[in-house]
Design a protein around this ligand. Structure first.
Ligand code: TYD
Ligand code: MG
Length: 455
């Protein structure tokens, strides 16, 4: 017997609650909880719950030949292929999430054209734009002659019928929130519709072998369900991020069954679409002009498998407010608060009564603890008004005791800084100075040591 069960699902994070509430207790989003009805079978009587057919089992060792890495398709856009884990795997499902207007459609139209040009039959299904609009965009990107097939469809059943007939090697669904399955009794954009569409399309990918790329808008208001609800269903989750005001865009792999997570690709939005940025360090360094300004410290970071240098900029000013302002952009706010507390407690500097602003140049976002030392150096320099030594890079995690802790991949960070012409690196004390390297390493034990060395 089937009974209708009611669940309350958060459209932002997919958490299921027993009761409706104004705020989701899992992700703290407001007004994001919707009622969802699902037909569940009541518990079957004991002994009768087993299915008639036994599932097929195979010994793991018998799957000979499966050790070979999966074959890959390449777009020729190096930044995209690397983030995918070294090309697109046939039969995989990829989710590309991002804010509306950040450039997802642009990126995927360019990618699909490149894949099609390299011989992979590709279909671009647009649920948001009419074919004429997609064509206009293609014209702007110089891609009108590409062999991509376009479909403007939102009905899932029609799309699957088309795909079964056309047998593409790559399908792009732009966007998953516009898809609508007529067997699901819920409004387009709801959690139930999103799950049904993602489920059918990933099942199609597994069954027929094409790669399927789903575009998902990250939403803030909770009117439509966000891509996090379907992250667990797909093989690879990429987020396209960037500040609207900046031209730089970062494609970040947050989950990848076929490659390293945490990998990033850097693009620049131009009048003719997205162009790849091969040397991102140069881009996030800000202006390294002659007269050094106080409050700027270069962080030698790692994103995924790649080193990336970025400038941390701090401003510390006497506050006119009772509760001073602390604004952090691009770095982890909680870690910066910790660094400030440790600086006050262990080094005798006082930030009380000061507004503090901290920003990472170029609209980049970094969550590595290794950025602690660069943040501390920038803050001390901004507070004292003394600029940091020129051509210096920083990396190291700060512990609550004020000690500088080692971080991963120190050698790669040093080499990147050296390559970009940096002369000195302030690093954890484990890091060795090698005779042949052109960058001198200052090994820092703790925060008081850092301040003594710098000022
Ligand atoms: P779009 O790909 O439509 O975003 P999404 O699919 O993520 O919603 O990108 C929209 C923005 O990109 C829009 O503000 C205009 C800008 N843009 C360019 O700057 N150059 C271009 O060549 C294109 C096609 C778009
Ligand atoms: Mg779009």
């Amino acid at each position: 017997m089937a009974r209708a069960a009611v669940a309350y699902v958060c459209e932002a994070c997919g958490a299921v609650h027993k009761k409706w509430a104004g705020q989701c207790s899992a992700c703290n989003a407001w007004n994001s909880i919707r009622e969802e009805t699902a037909a569940l079978s009541a518990a079957a009587p004991a002994g009768k719950a087993l299915g008639a057919k036994r599932g097929r089992r195979v010994p793991l060792g018998s799957l000979a030949g499966s050790e070979a890495p999966p074959p890959r398709a390449f777009s020729g856009m190096g930044e995209l292929d690397r983030v995918l884990g070294g090309g697109l795997v046939p039969g995989s499902a990829v989710l590309v999430g991002g804010d509306p207007g950040i450039g997802k459609s642009t990126l995927l139209l360019q990618a699909v054209a490149r894949f099609a040009a390299s011989g992979l039959p590709a279909i671009y299904v647009s649920g948001e734009e009419a074919p004429a609009q997609v064509r206009m965009r293609a014209a702007r990107l110089g891609l009108v002659d590409s062999p991509v097939r376009l479909a403007a469809e939102t009905n899932l059943r029609d799309i699957l019928t088309t795909l079964e007939a056309e047998k593409p090697g790559l399908v792009v669904i732009d966007s998953i929130q516009t898809m609508w399955a007529d067997h699901v009794d819920a409004a387009p954009g709801s959690v139930a519709q999103l799950r049904a569409a993602a489920h059918e399309l990933t099942a199609f990918a597994k069954r027929r072998g094409p790669a399927v790329i789903l575009v998902g808008h990250v939403t803030k208001e909770g009117q439509i369900a966000g891509p996090r609800v379907i992250e667990h269903m797909v093989d690879t989750v990429l987020y396209f991020e960037g500040e609207r005001g900046h031209q730089f865009r970062i494609l970040r792999a947050v989950k990848n069954r076929f490659g390293p997570a945490g990998e990033i690709g850097v693009f620049e939005m131009t009048g003719e679409g997205l162009s790849e940025v091969g040397n991102p360090s140069a881009l996030f360094l800000g202006e390294q002009g002659e007269g050094a300004v106080p409050g700027a410290a270069v962080f030698a970071g790692i994103e995924g498998t790649r080193p990336l240098l970025a400038e941390v900029q701090a401003l510390v000013a006497r506050s006119a407010l009772g509760t001073p302002r602390r604004a952090v952009l691009g770095l982890d706010g909680a870690r910066v608060a910790m660094v400030l507390a440790v600086l006050e407690a262990r080094s005798g500097l006082s930030f009380t009564g000061h507004d503090i602003y901290l920003n990472l140049a170029g609209g980049l976002r970094v969550s590595e603890p290794a950025a602690d030392m660069a943040a501390a150096a920038a803050l001390c320099s901004a507070l004292t008004g003394k600029p940091l030594p020129p051509r210096a890079a920083f990396f190291g995690e700060i512990s609550l005791s004020g000690a500088i802790r080692p971080v991963p991949q120190e050698e790669i960070r040093l080499r990147e800084a050296e390559k970009l012409g940096f002369q000195v690196a302030y690093a954890p004390s484990r890091v060795k100075q090698t005779a042949e390297s052109g960058i001198s390493v200052r090994r820092i034990a703790d925060l008081p040591d850092l301040i003594d060395t710098l000022f």
